[in-house]
Design a binder for this molecule. Structure first.
Ligand code: PLP
Length: 403
């Protein structure tokens, strides 16, 4: 069972700006009968009356599709769009972001391998590190996220995979991808970076030295909080290894989900530009409020790694978090008063979304585990939507009055 990943070359030139690529890239080969939009191809399998041709496609000697658990035309167009925006040679997709993370780790690691990562990865990823990988004899060392010397020392002890996520969820810590990619390469390790928060509009980890970049497409890529998906991009051999694992585990992206992701991505650059601008303005405003004990946003000059963020990001993103005076009790008073935010376990949408880590990013962890990870209970994670920033600030002002 072997499907071709490559289809006829897309006519879109990578010399174009990301704004243009988000609209056009990856779609050309999938348009049929004059349609201007990628069709949703709902076919479980693809028929070949000519057995020789069938064999050629099945063995990867000719482009084409065999079975939609492996490849599908709509899904392929989505993968191509992300691949081109990330400047990668290959891409493959998954049913969710966690399927992308878990299939990448289980597809590339074996018993006896060692992984180095950090304490602040997304809660689901942290569960894989703390609970599931060790069960398969894979050793995981989780370092302090902001202590790059400690991470480099852990990598230098020898490891097979370095797993980065930057900016982190929910405290917006920033990791120096170029520096840690050098450490990984010196140790002969693969370097994987979760780029969900930054998106390819703000940051391209492969250009900074990572071997693989992954996304929860559920978030900013889709952008409308109505679809789940995941994607990884990188070199052909690595992506093929993960693709092979995914075609067997079966965590394939559904064609309708791929269609919604393609449609959402057409406005990716527009949305991210707006969200970058609004989040910076809101973070600066929050930093001046007496009801706010701390603001976490890489665009603030006071952020511990603002210099690294300024070097590796083109924009600081739509995610921020802040700590209200009065801890979790104050969070419980403030959140219900917000009029312009869904109180929900999601992020990256056109609507603003707010919530505490205890019910969002780190719902899988106990209060003690969150404390050990340095995630305060008085924190509110705020995903800035595309609304008017002035309206959002006014909404936060009236809500914080009860903190
Ligand atoms: C940074 C990051 N990576 C991965 C995931 C997992 O994505 P999904 O919910 O699509 O499985 C999330 C989810 O919030 C996330 O924030």
């Amino acid at each position: 069972m072997k499907d071709r990943q490559e289809l006829p070359e897309d006519p879109t030139s990578t010399d174009l700006s990301p704004d243009t690529l988000a609209v056009w890239a990856g779609e050309g080969a999938s348009l049929v009968q004059g349609a201007t939009q990628v069709p949703v191809v709902y076919s479980a399998a693809y028929g070949y009356p000519d057995v020789d041709e069938w064999l050629d496609v099945a063995l990867g000697r000719k482009p084409g599709h065999i079975y939609s658990r492996n490849t599908n035309p709509t899904v392929h167009a989505f993968e191509e769009k992300v691949r081109i925006l990330e400047g990668a040679a290959a891409a493959t997709s998954f049913s969710t972001g966690m399927a992308a993370v878990s299939n990448t780790l289980f597809g590339l690691l074996s018993p006896g391998d060692r992984v180095v990562s950090v304490k602040d990865t997304y809660g689901g990823t942290n569960r894989l590190f703390a609970e599931f990988l060790p069960r398969f004899g894979i050793d995981v060392e989780l370092c302090d996220t902001t202590d790059h010397e400690q991470i480099e020392a852990a990598v230098a002890k020898g490891c097979s995979l370095v797993y980065l996520e930057t900016p982190t969820n929910p405290t917006l810590k920033v990791m120096d991808i170029a520096r840690l990619a050098v450490a990984g390469r010196q140790a002969g390790a693969l370097v994987v970076a979760d780029n969900t928060f930054a998106t390819p509009i703000n940051q391209n980890p492969l250009a900074l030295g990572a071997d693989l970049v992954l996304h929860s497409a559920t978030k900013f890529l889709g952008g409308h909080a109505d679809v789940l998906g995941g994607v990884i991009c990188g070199g052909p051999d690595l992506v093929a290894r993960v693709y092979h694992y995914r075609e067997i585990t079966g965590a394939a992206l559904d064609p309708m989900a791929a269609y919604l992701l393609i449609r959402g991505m057409k406005t990716l650059a527009l949305r991210i530009d707006r969200q970058n601008e609004s989040a910076l303005r809101i973070a600066r405003w929050l930093a001046e409020q007496s009801a706010v004990a701390a603001v976490y946003y890489p665009g603030l000059e006071t952020h511990v790694h603002h210099d690294v963020a300024a070097r590796q990001m083109r924009g600081y993103g739509g995610m921020l978090s802040f700590m209200v005076e009065g801890g979790f009790e104050a969070v419980k008073r403030v959140l219900p008063r917000l009029r312009l935010a869904h109180r929900a376990a999601n992020l990256g949408a056109v609507e603003t979304i707010a919530g505490p880590p205890a019910t969002t990013s780190h719902v899988e962890c106990t209060a003690q585990e969150r404390e050990a990870m340095g995630i305060p209970e008085g924190l509110i994670r705020y995903s800035v939507g595309i609304e008017d920033a002035g309206d959002l600030i006014a909404d936060l002002e009236q809500a914080l009055a009860v903190a």
